[in-house]
Design a protein around this ligand. Structure first.
Ligand SMILES: [Zn+2]
Length: 389
């Protein structure tokens, strides 16, 4: 059956790797049968792949020795790619760090509550401490780390410099270099919401989708735009700064230097501030979400309003970019009342055909999206090319 017509576009090498990748360990004779390649081609290719350490040999222990004392066949299998990747997610109020294998499986994860906005140096000291702890815990050392992805809660340009006043104390800093100075590890750095978009694209709600807007609503409002399967960074890393779209020309001054930004009008803390006077208990974002789930009218009303305000800006983005999916992440993103508000505003304000084309769905990774995105970036940088399957 295994003739060359079954493999129209694969090279002999890819064909062999494909068979081993899908069927597991095989002998040289099995490979001849399964790939349709000649015995001499298999012999040459296998020798080359063993030298490159892409393949390893092992004895087939499952085959009993026959009565005449024949040796069990030697099997060939793909070598386990060595090493790990590291993902770091710095939010406004936390640091998350995770270590993953080269197939993306998480090995260890740590979370630390910290006011990241206050001091770049202190935050990066803590990051370095977390990295050491993670490596110790998982029995790895720095030499095993193939690549690092790091998310920061502010815009980062292509040179790794923090470009905007959105995170004032970090402006002009180069967090990647600061991490290298502390740990010896080289990181690819990007904005946290961009990492969240990448996380949902690689592992979550946006898997297999091409044109997606990811919106993260927590302490602030972040956004990552994916066009044709690729994240849009923009000239200076600002692309997707939904939270700093002006919604009130006469509004209050924002930390970014503009006034009446969406984020100054609606965000997690604003939501709590709005509701607090009507409640006897001290409110937090998770408490507001829980109240809404229990049917509390005020909490549902306020979450719906937040969804509508953000959805109003998303409606314009739907006209400009015509996405197929809006993924809502962050602490508030999964709230049904919030999602209904977003949907309502898009249906009301976007072009009917753009509104009809777009699905609005909660993120699948929750608060892990940014960390998973950082891992996916590290894997792009540090993992060997995928074997065709
Ligand atoms: Zn602003």
């Amino acid at each position: 059956m295994a003739g060359s017509s079954q493999w129209p576009r694969l090279t002999a090498r890819d064909r062999l790797l494909h068979v081993l990748g899908t069927e597991g360990a095989l002998s040289r004779s099995d490979l001849v049968r399964r790939t349709g390649l000649s015995r001499s081609t298999i012999t040459t290719l296998v020798a080359q792949l063993l030298t490159e350490q892409v393949l390893v040999e092992r004895q087939d222990r499952g085959t009993p020795l026959n009565g005449r004392g024949g040796r069990p066949p030697i099997l060939l299998e793909l070598a386990e790619p060595a090493g790990v990747v590291l993902g770091l997610d710095l939010g406004h109020r936390h640091i998350r760090a995770g270590l993953a294998r080269l197939d993306g499986t998480m090995l260890a994860e740590r979370l630390l509550a910290l006011d990241v906005d206050a001091s770049p140096a202190a935050s990066l000291d803590r990051v370095a401490g977390l990295v050491e702890a993670l490596l110790d815990e998982s029995g790895h050392d720095r030499a095993d780390v193939r690549a690092v992805g790091m998310g920061i809660p502010g815009p980062v340009d292509r040179t790794g410099t923090m470009t905007s006043g959105i995170l004032p104390r970090w402006r002009g800093t180069r967090p990647g270099e600061a991490l290298t100075a502390r740990t010896g590890l080289v990181a690819r750095v990007d904005n946290d919401a961009h990492m969240g978009a990448r996380g949902e694209l690689a592992y979550g709600a946006a898997r297999g989708r091409r044109d997606v807007i990811y919106v993260k609503t927590s302490t602030g409002i972040g956004c990552g735009i994916i066009i044709d399967g690729k994240l849009v960074g923009g000239a200076t890393g600002i692309a997707g700064e939904l939270g700093h779209v002006q919604v009130d020309e006469h509004g209050i001054i924002c930390r970014c230097g503009s006034r009446g930004c969406l984020e100054t009008e609606v965000s997690g803390p604003k939501l709590v501030e709005l509701l607090q006077p009507a409640y006897d208990e001290p409110l937090t974002i998770p408490r507001v979400i829980a109240l809404a789930e229990d049917g509390d009218a005020g909490a549902n009303r306020a979450l719906g309003d937040v969804g509508r305000r953000i959805g109003r800006v998303l409606a314009d983005m739907c006209n400009l970019l015509n996405p197929e999916l809006v993924v809502t992440g962050g602490a508030i993103g999964a709230s049904p009342a919030f999602l209904a508000g977003v949907r309502d505003a898009i249906d009301r304000h976007a072009q009917p055909t753009a509104a009809a084309a777009v699905e609005v769905a909660p993120g699948a990774l929750g608060e892990d999206a940014e960390l998973r995105g950082a891992i996916s970036v590290a894997l792009e940088v540090g993992a060997p090319p995928a074997i065709p399957r």
